[in-house]
Design a protein around this ligand. Structure first.
Ligand code: UD1
Length: 372
């Protein structure tokens, strides 16, 4: 792995295979792809095909300047077992062919656990980006994905001190290194262009998004909110009753379940729209009076952009966002849900618990330093 040039040990070109498949992973991949290229290492991108719609996948690659995937497994949707199993079967020959120095897996989706499991079975070193997050909610598929991935991986790239603590508590401290949160890299980079470009062409037919009046930005996609008709009805009722216009960027799962249960999305305050490409999403958050969501990434983006967030969940993997009330966990049936969701931003400034926006470079350095 090391060559000696004029007496100086020099790290050879490291081969990294990134396994991605779902929308938030493309966002995290963008700064990593840039940092790997800048360091002159080899990067192979494997897309499992978990997300396949143009607005769930394609626009992220083009919009974030990520190279086209080298391998596309086209696994598509399915039950958790069928989907994860198809990924495992598809990944094995690909990872065997490349035999990289590192397999890098991202976050907590079915693509994450499939990448990690496939790599360890082939005795390939695995690094987990965004290691150590815990909701302690064992009903969430993501919780199992992240715990199992952390225990399988050889290098745990943790975003926050609390994530490091979780890993130490589980006996994984020796494999852990804190690198910060790569989403800060992506978000801060996009903010500049997003502010300049605004929401022109985003096709959001919501009063106020042109900057003339306050609006709220909402997304709901988690199974625990969408897959029970009563719960979904309560969430949609709560959104409809909000005192400001709501741009509801509807994930395909939300649309499918609402249709299946005979629930109308476009009611009261709610203006449904298709999901946005990343830069426009950042512009939409930046322009909003507040955010209502069950997404992990959006909670953090709202925090980084200084917008109050109301999270329709009972716990969060990002407790740092709760400090000073920047983010609040709320049940849709709570009597004060509308007042919470439309609350003004706290007066205390947001902190910087997620790092300095240079996480991707740090990740690449950590990976390269451990080769050989
Ligand atoms: C997945 C992740 C979740 C992440 C989310 C981001 C898991 C277990 N969950 O959830 O952690 O927050 O991605 O969006 O991996 N669908 C389409 N087109 C697509 C993708 C999905 O129509 O391009 C529909 C299908 O009906 C599919 C459903 O959405 O069955 C759910 O998609 P899936 O990838 O299984 O999980 P997500 O809910 O997106």
């Amino acid at each position: 792995m090391f060559s000696v040039v004029a007496g100086v040990p020099k790290i050879a070109r490291v081969r990294i295979v990134s396994v991605v498949g779902a929308r938030p992973q493309f966002v995290k991949l963008a700064p990593i792809a840039g940092a790997v290229a800048a360091a002159g290492h080899e990067h192979v991108i494997v897309h499992t095909g978990q997300h396949y719609d143009q607005d769930m996948s394609g626009v992220f690659f083009s919009g974030l300047g990520i190279p086209e995937p080298d391998e596309h497994l086209a696994v598509g949707s399915g039950g958790h077992g069928a989907q994860t199993g198809a990924m495992l079967a598809g990944l094995e020959p690909v990872l065997e062919r490349y035999r990289p120095h590192w397999v890098l897996v991202y976050g907590d989706t079915n693509s994450t656990i499939a990448g990690a499991l496939c790599a360890v079975k082939l005795h390939l070193p695995v690094a987990h980006l965004e290691a150590g997050l815990r909701s302690f909610n064992r009903r969430m598929p993501e919780e199992h994905n992240r715990v199992l991935t952390d225990h399988a991986a050889d290098l745990l790239l943790a975003p926050t001190p609390q994530a490091v603590e979780h890993l130490e508590h589980e006996g994984l401290g020796a494999r852990t290194v804190m690198v910060g949160d790569v989403m800060v890299d992506a978000c801060l980079r996009a903010r500049k262009t997003a502010r300049a470009a605004g929401l022109t062409g985003a096709g959001l037919a919501v009063p106020g998004v042109d900057g003339t009046a306050p609006y709220l930005l909402a997304t709901i996609h988690r199974a625990e909110n969408t897959d029970d008709p009563k719960r979904l009805a309560a969430v949609l009722d709560a959104l409809a009753a909000l005192p400001l216009p709501v741009a509801l960027l509807a994930h395909p799962r939300l649309r499918a379940r609402a249709q299946e249960y005979g629930l109308e999305l476009a009611r009261g305050a709610v203006h449904p729209a298709t999901p946005l490409p990343y830069a426009q999403m950042i512009a939409a958050i930046d322009g909003a009076a507040g955010v209502v969501t069950d997404s992990g990434g959006l909670q953090k983006e709202a925090y980084l952009l200084g917008r109050p967030c109301t999270t329709v969940r009972t716990e969060t993997e990002w407790p740092e966002t709760l400090v000073d009330g920047w983010n609040v966990l709320a049940e849709p049936t709570a009597y004060d849900f509308a007042a919470l969701a439309a609350r003004p931003a706290p007066e205390t400034p947001v902190g910087a618990p997620y790092g300095d926006g240079k996480t991707a470079e740090r990740v690449v350095r950590e990976l390269a330093a451990r080769v050989g």
